[in-house]
Each structure stands twice: as C-alpha cells, then as structure tokens.
Write a protein that binds this ligand. Structure first.
Ligand code: AP5
Length: 217
C-alpha cells in the first residue's frame, strides 16, 4: 500500500529531519515546499523571486503560488507510490486544496503527523542549524556538529546559516505558525487523520514514534 503522509509542526520541530528518515528507511519520497522554494530562488525563477520577499521576512508565501507548485510536482511519477509532505499544507486553504488534488487522483491521505516541541527548544534548534551549500545536508552546531566546523562531512561543501534562521526572523516564523498553521491541526483532527507526536528527544527517538504512525508501504 502506498503511504501518503503529511508532517505539520512549527519551524524547527524536525519535519525535514523526520521526512528524510522516512525516505531513507521506508522509501517514501519526501516533498518539501521549503526546499522547493529555496531551489526556485537559487535558479532565479520568477517564482523564486516572488517567494524570497515573503521567506526572508518569515512570512508565508501566498497560497495560490504554493498550491500550484505542489500540484505540478505531485504529478511526477516519483510520487505515484506515496509521499511525505514536509511543510505543506500550512493553511486551511492549502489543506482543502490538497484534499481536492488527491480526490482528482482517486487518492486520500493516510496520516498527518504533528510535532510538539517547546518554543525555547525550537529557537535553540533553528539558531544552531547549518546547511551545506553543496548537498543540502543539515547539521546543528551543538546537537549534530560536523567533524570540521563549517565544512560538510559528506561532500566537503561550505555550511551556511539560512537567512530566516536569524533570531529576529525565527520569532516571526513561530508567530506565523501559531496564527496561520495551527488551525490546520484542527482540520485534520476532525478528519481523524491527526497523529500528535512528541517532537523532543533524539531524532531516532522521535522517528520511532513517527514510524509507528505510518502504515507499512
Ligand atoms: P521550511 O523550509 O518548510 O521551514 P520551516 O517550516 O520553518 O521548517 P524548518 O525547515 O525550519 O524546520 P523543520 O521542522 O523542518 O526542522 P529540521 O528538521 O530542519 O519553510 C521556509 C519558508 O518557506 C517558510 O517560512 C515560508 O516562507 C515558505 N514556505 C514553505 N512552505 C510553505 C507553504 N506550504 N506555504 C507558504 N509558505 C511556505 O530541524 C531543525 C534543526 O533542528 C536542525 O538543525 C536539526 O539538525 C535539528 N533537529 C532536528 N530534530 C532534532 C532532535 N530531535 N533533537 C535535536 N535537534 C534536532
């Protein structure tokens, strides 16, 4: 059976980390709207230029742009056998659009995994995150440091701090989550899809909880 999973949680909750672990360990392909939007920025595409204005300020990119981008990508064969959406949907309008998109394909979601992590811990995680310019591998200066500071263990690329991981923007992103994304949890609670998960502990400990909520594929 194909597993179709959504991960919802505040910035720094570990959505990307857990989605990558599901991809590696269960073969369910990750689709991250944050990564797609950052790639669009790097390519200098019109979507990337439009998205940058919102992302650098910690605001959400408008629904219509993100929904179109996800619909196009979900249509590719790589996601025919299931997917784990990381960072989408982030508004109730996006959640409804996803339901409609899947209904057109005769599909539905299997589980929506939400993560709860105290705000102080989220700030610690985000402020210490470093990403490789070469291969996008992720590190944390305290919890998961590279062997050589600022150098990627995997490809030797340079590590950088995301523009939106500076402290003033982190606060805004957390507020945006509370106001715009938390209602999505209620939407999926009503649909009986929500699996509320404790996001604290090591990444492996969190993954054990996540894996228990995802149907075998
Ligand atoms: P996006 O890239 O999705 O960022 P985010 O949701 O803010 O999430 P993050 O990537 O910051 O955190 P995460 O939960 O994935 O945690 P991670 O695993 O990386 O979006 C960026 C922007 O794009 C948005 O602000 C918005 O502008 C736009 N956007 C994207 N999607 C959109 C949408 N659908 N609609 C509108 N706009 C959209 O972990 C974080 C750190 O913690 C890492 O250093 C990691 O190593 C560490 N860590 C992870 N797990 C643990 C653990 N268990 N213990 C200790 N450290 C841990």
């Amino acid at each position: 059976m194909a597993a179709r999973v959504v991960m919802v949680g505040p910035p720094g909750a570990g959505k990307g980390t857990q989605a990558r672990m599901l991809q590696t360990q269960r073969g369910i392909h990750q689709l991250s709207t944050g990564d797609m939007l950052r790639a669009a920025q790097q390519n200098g595409s019109p979507l990337g230029r439009e998205a940058r204005r919102f992302m650098d300020e910690g605001k959400l990119v408008p629904d219509d742009l993100v929904i179109r981008m996800v619909e196009e990508r979900l249509g590719s064969p790589e996601y025919a056998g299931g997917f784990v959406l990381d960072g989408f949907p982030r508004t109730v309008a996006q959640a409804k659009a996803l339901d409609a998109m899947l209904a057109r394909r005769g599909e539905r979601l299997d589980a929506v995994i939400s993560f709860s992590v105290p705000r102080a811990e989220l700030i610690r995680r985000l402020a210490g995150r470093r990403v490789c310019r070469g291969c996008s591998a992720m590190y944390h200066v305290h919890f998961d440091p590279p062997a050589t500071p600022d150098v990627c263990d995997r490809c030797g690329g340079q590590l950088y701090q995301r523009e939106d991981d500076h402290e003033e923007t982190i606060g805004r992103r957390l507020d945006v989550y509370e106001h715009e994304t938390q209602p999505v949890l209620e939407y999926y609670r009503v649909a009986k899809l929500l699996r509320e998960t404790q996001g604290t502990g090591t990444a492996d400990e969190v993954f054990a909880r996540v894996a228990a909520s995802v149907p075998a594929s």
